[in-house]
Design a protein around this ligand. Structure first.
Ligand code: CA
Ligand code: CA
Length: 193
């Protein structure tokens, strides 16, 4: 099911440069980049590209790279370099599938209808639709904690439901701590909706 997406339909995000190598290294992690640039990086990047600020590829720069993948993002640690050299300063960007790039996705505002006081945090699309204007068929759902805006995928909690068709549910009984964080959610809709 679903139409295969050919590579030429992909598009790149803007370049991100959140850190420099002055301390322990250049930490362009996906977790921090998502947190600092909400909505600008697609939920499932197809690829990552890193270049130095001067435009060199990773191979040309010659640094030893600790991480450079679509799960972690990019990390160059100074301690991994030879002769006490520091890492170069890198910027990164991500390749995304349509319709994420090119203005194809418009995000709703954040919604927080429940808190985890009882059985869990139930941010269900059908319930949210009763009180808010949300498109009929969202393409994406994004959940972050209400206090620190930490993306749900980085909290280590287990989710009973997390998809753009049904919404988001975190049940207290599924957590080792016995309690979910409080989350808020937003939906990515086609912009012409
Ligand atoms: Ca950098
Ligand atoms: Ca909530």
């Amino acid at each position: 099911f679903g139409t295969p997406v050919n590579q030429s339909n992909r598009c790149w995000t803007e370049w991100f440069d959140r850190d420099d190598p002055s301390a322990t290294g250049d930490w362009e992690t996906l977790c921090k980049l998502r947190k600092e640039n909400p909505g600008k990086i697609c939920p499932t990047p197809a690829a990552i590209e890193a270049k130095t600020l001067s435009g060199l590829t990773v191979a040309a720069a010659g640094d030893v790279i600790y991480k450079n993948d679509i799960t972690s993002g990019f990390i160059c640690r100074n301690k991994d370099q030879i002769n006490n050299k520091k890492c170069n300063d890198y910027r990164v960007r991500f390749s995304c599938y349509p319709p994420f790039c090119g203005g194809g996705v418009c995000w709703t505002s954040w919604f927080n209808r429940d808190n985890p006081g009882a059985t869990g945090d139930w941010e269900i699309l059908s319930e949210l639709k009763k009180q808010n204007k949300i498109c009929d068929n969202p393409l994406y759902v994004d959940a972050v904690t209400t206090d620190t805006m930490t993306p749900a995928i980085y909290t280590g909690e287990t989710f009973y439901m997390y998809n753009p068709t049904d919404g988001f549910v975190c049940r207290n009984k599924d957590q080792t701590t016995g309690k979910c964080s409080d989350y808020k959610v937003r939906f990515g809709c086609p912009c012409n909706n």
